[in-house]
Design a protein around this ligand. Sequence first.
Ligand code: GLV
Length: 327
Amino acid sequence: MSTGGRPRVLLMHPILDPGPAILAEAAEVIAYPQGRPLDEANIRQAAEGCIGIVSQLMDPVRETVLSSPGLKCVSNVAVGFDNIDVPAATAHKVMITNTPGVLDDATADFAFTLLMATARRIVEADSFTRSGQFRGWAIDMMLGHDVFDATLGIVGIGRIGRGVAHRAKGFNMRVLYYDPQPLPPEAEQQLNARRSSLDRLIAESDFISVHVPLTQETQHLISTAQFNTMKPNAILINTSRGPVIDEAALVEALKAKKLAGAGLDVYEREPAVHPGLIPMPNVVLAPHIASATVRTRSEMSAMAARNMATAVRGGRPPNLLNPEVKR
Ligand code: GLV
């Protein structure tokens, strides 16, 4: 909504260049008050008189926010959009956009980074060496798990899952994937990936990497029943969304040695991390940074800003998630 002057857009958090300039060309940009808790009532109040909100994944954008008079677009600076109630947005005729594609490679690289780091105990090895505990080579020191020739199970074979399968070829891995949507046969052949049930993937994989969006169907997709059938040498990697894995069940399963380790970038109640994970040396923990490269984060910023600028100018943003709002 315009208050007589230029249309106003609420920027929930700073974004990287060239995002701010793209936004400023299209609208008057209002910054969300620093330090104000990110709850719906506060966001609604800050969005008063705004045509758009540029949000991030920690911002709850639901009915209270989406019903704000004059709001036309919420541009999420992320590919995931489980922080936004899209059906409510559609009901209020608010366009929702995300940033698909530009973060696939950085995220697939990071899933592999976690896989390698967990398999070869690199975080433990680094602190061992730094703290002066390395007093000589030993045949049984810091034994890890082989990656080359191992079986990799990919849960969700979207763009990022396919990127992980692509990288696995270089390690001669046998790739199984679980996805309701099969890959075309040429893609299966090219990626050397075979479709599997979730049960079989869980039971046969040495590494399991999760790449599904968070939905009602995928919440706790990996829980006690799955941990009970994993190989004891299995390593679980999650760069998708925390609630896809039942974190309390993961802690119990690791304690009971139902699997060998985990590499996690995301958590059920971010930024909180289950306290049971903290002392575990066989778990590598990262603070939700899978897409955090200079190039990727600036491309995400630019894409989100372009989505918003297009909406402000009355157009149809390129990455519109609810096209029924803007025919
Ligand atoms: C990051 O988690 C994203 O969804 O872009």
